[in-house]
Ligand binder design. Sequence first.
Ligand SMILES: Cc1cc2nc3c(=O)[nH]c(=O)nc-3n(C[C@H](O)[C@H](O)[C@H](O)COP(=O)(O)O)c2cc1C
Length: 176
Amino acid sequence: MQVVNPATLTATAMTDLRHPDPSLYRDVMGAFPTGVTVMTLTTADGTRVGVTASSFNTVSLDPPLILWSLALKAPSLHAFRTTDHFAVNILAEDQRQIALQFARPSDDKFAGIPTETGQTGAPLLTGALAHVECRTVARHPGGDHEIMVAEVLTLRRRDGTPLVFQRGAFHGLTST
Ligand SMILES: Cc1cc2nc3c(=O)[nH]c(=O)nc-3n(C[C@H](O)[C@H](O)[C@H](O)COP(=O)(O)O)c2cc1C
């Protein structure tokens, strides 16, 4: 494990913030664990699109809003810019292969993955811990990503434990 002593970190923060060392940036931010989602939609011509995303978070309860961000270089960005309705699939601990499948560019990311169709037309991944159907209401610039804010339209969940991502690896959640 790389150890960055506080003096180095302070110096880095003071001098290099506009051009951070990418590996240090990832190392520090990787300390923050997240859940794992797959964002899915069906385009107007019927194409199904899905992207693994850990940038998901809730924003507001009233009205119910969530956000996530997608890389400007992602091939799926066009679909998320031109299709408002999508689903957040919150992955369960046993779905790490699904997380990997949707994290690689592919002509058919849904191959071998059971789904049903949600009320908005978005594919819902069978076995996910939760399905949250949404409509994108704002898209904001966010450096090399685009931040999407969406209103929540439907909510569904089942019991189970979530998949966790931290420091570039998948983990289970151990209750104490
Ligand atoms: C655990 C995990 C979380 C990820 N989170 C994001 C994310 O929040 N935003 C993003 O743009 N890419 C994220 N990625 C990378 C995308 O899933 C990957 O670039 C994918 O190929 C994008 O789909 P596309 O190639 O069909 O556009 C993540 C990958 C993994 C493994």
